[in-house]
Design a binder for this molecule. Structure first.
Ligand code: PCA
Length: 195
């Protein structure tokens, strides 16, 4: 049996909840040949990847799949790339607001996800759920997590990827695209099936 560490984020930006963690909580403990370990991460630059790396040290997962909210997107979007950049429109949950800082001094400009991103998007779509490959995870804490994990695991067999999800219907955002938590959870199961 393979091991998959899946992470979601705590709430941020004044929201009461985060659909990434809410959807992760709905997942079963086993999906295909994976045993699933769930972890909620703080929306704090540097701390999110530290906590994920610490959990991975204990678990030695084959795959680390991170999930985050991308409010305003209408589809589930597997991310193709993490970039070596920190920029924040709003402070993170510890008050940090980096302004075009590097994540790793002297690190590569970018790393590609080591998950089969396009296959993941196709498999989600095959279930009738809107999905699209994304070529930018932004420069906020989600990208910080993706880039830092890809950097940390670049010489290892551990595969790393990130999926952004829309607002949930349960967040009741007016005039904003959203999806039910159940649909988001089904999309994550479809994503894991494709790995
Ligand atoms: N989304 C933010 C950080 C936490 C989250 O769920 C982002 O896209 O960077």
């Amino acid at each position: 049996m393979r091991k998959l560490l899946i992470t979601g984020f705590e709430a941020f930006g004044g929201e009461p909840t985060n659909p990434s963690w809410d959807a992760v909580c709905r997942l079963p403990d086993f999906i295909c040949d994976f045993s699933i370990t769930k972890l909620c991460l703080p929306v704090v630059f540097g701390e999110a990847p530290e906590k994920a790396i610490a959990a991975a040290k204990d678990l030695a997962p084959d795959v680390i799949l991170c999930i985050g909210q991308a409010g305003g997107r209408s589809a589930v979007t597997p991310e193709m790339v993490g970039i070596n950049l920190r920029y924040a429109n709003i402070p993170d949950n510890a008050g940090n607001q980096p302004n075009d800082d590097k994540i790793v001094d002297g690190g590569s400009a970018a790393f590609f996800s080591t998950l089969p991103v396009r296959k993941i998007a196709e498999n989600i779509k095959s279930k009738g759920i809107a999905a699209q490959v994304s070529y930018s995870a932004g420069a906020y804490v989600c990208n910080d997590l993706l880039y830092s994990l890809l950097y940390h695991f670049k010489e290892s067999k551990t595969q790393v990827g990130f999926i952004h999800v829309p607002y949930s219907d349960e967040q009741r955002k007016e005039n904003m695209p959203s999806m039910s938590l159940d649909t988001i959870a089904q999309a994550l199961i479809a994503a894991i099936e494709a790995i």
